[in-house]
Design a protein around this ligand. Structure first.
Ligand SMILES: C[S@@+](CC[C@H](N)C(=O)[O-])C[C@H]1O[C@@H](n2cnc3c(N)ncnc32)[C@H](O)[C@@H]1O
Length: 329
């Protein structure tokens, strides 16, 4: 039965430094259907496991997008910046930037003058990204910004009046349901000026077996990625999740394009926090993440509905992934 936040909390006080994390976790675990926000996956260990996922054979997304950004970088560079003036590239959820580097290289080779502002909630991955990029190109003008997407986007935008290109790669946009993705794009639009551009990576609808395999690798890396969030909650919030009592499950619904990851409780048990108790039934799930898939027409519609004009669509040779360029109108 669903617990209310009040019932779950034995005391009213939450640990102070981790307040927001604590509140989000308790709110998620006491909601009608237990869930945890996927943005908390990315601590140092989570960053490392995500890099292993990206290197997995079944996880086609990274290879498809890398192919696009590598093989079509000339056309993409031409599209995102056709003038000669200086401009800024702001990347939301930049991660380790292994794919972005193709575009940055392409722009540098064309002699474009630009500044790169990667934004990420994980300071660890931002440091790795910055070190790697500067090792490859010590001349790169880079300003990493650690924090939440929009807090940092607004900060980045306020730094100069230069033309902006906002990038959101790796199907990060899929980590929210379509209605939230639309709001997210609308919010980006509100932060930038007419004529500014966005470059967004969308994973496309395709054979359901291929999609499901990408999120349920046999080596158990995705399982470890999900369990790592429970481990993080134990370490940072003093909970006592027994990781052996949860197992990863993934579903894909071809009708809605929603691929969802869950952790399933293997038996009835209770998890204790310093100031809360969360009860699990056998078979009860925690919804961990959505990875939404889109058709090309849904993507164009999202552009129009959020205040953009679709400019170009770049797809990989299999037609599995799309990087789209939209202009703010
Ligand atoms: C799925 S990874 C993709 C990384 C990269 N864009 C790529 O294509 O390889 C998501 C990245 O977004 C970051 N992230 C997730 N939620 C965030 C948020 N709310 N604000 C800022 N960064 C966030 C994570 O730390 C992680 O590095």
């Amino acid at each position: 039965m669903q617990q209310t936040v009040q019932e779950a909390l034995c005391q009213t006080e939450a640990p102070e430094e981790t307040d927001k994390f604590y509140q989000d976790v308790i709110e998620g675990l006491t909601s009608e259907f237990k869930r945890l926000p996927s943005k908390y996956f990315y601590d140092q260990q989570g960053d490392r496991i995500f890099q292993q996922i990206m290197a997995c054979d079944q996880y086609y997304l990274t290879r498809c997008e890398a192919e696009i950004l590598k093989n079509q970088r000339e056309q993409i560079c031409e599209t995102i910046r056709d003038g000669d003036d200086s401009f800024e590239i702001i990347e939301l959820g930049a991660g380790d930037g292994t794919k972005t580097v193709h575009l940055l290289d392409g722009l540098a080779r064309r002699g474009k003058s630009f500044r790169y502002l990667p934004i990420d909630i994980s300071g660890n991955i931002l440091n790795e990204l910055t070190d790697n990029l500067l090792a490859q190109n010590p001349e790169l003008d880079i300003e990493p910004l650690e924090g939440e997407y929009f807090e940092m986007l607004d900060q980045a935008v306020s730094l100069s009046a230069l033309h902006k290109v906002v990038m959101f790669l790796g199907s990060n946009i899929g980590n929210m349901p379509p209605e939230d993705a639309l709001q997210f794009c609308t919010r980006i639009r509100q932060s930038i000026m007419p004529g500014d551009m966005v470059l967004i990576g969308f994973d496309l609808v395709k054979d359901p077996y291929t999609i499901r395999a990408a999120y349920s690798d046999e080596q158990g890396i995705t399982n470890a990625f999900n369990l790592n969030l429970l481990k993080r909650i134990n370490t940072e919030l003093g909970a006592d999740f027994n990781l052996n009592l949860f197992d990863h499950y993934c579903s894909y619904d071809p009708l809605t394009g929603a691929c969802k990851s869950y952790l399933v409780s293997q038996r009835k048990h209770t998890v204790s926090f310093p100031s809360a108790q969360i009860h699990f039934n056998e078979g009860e799930c925690i919804w961990m993440e959505i990875s939404q898939k889109y058709s090309l027409s849904q993507i164009s519609q999202m552009a129009l509905n959020s205040g953009f004009e679709p400019i170009s669509t770049f797809t990989d040779s299999k037609g599995w992934f799309a990087d789209v360029v939209w202009k703010a109108v």
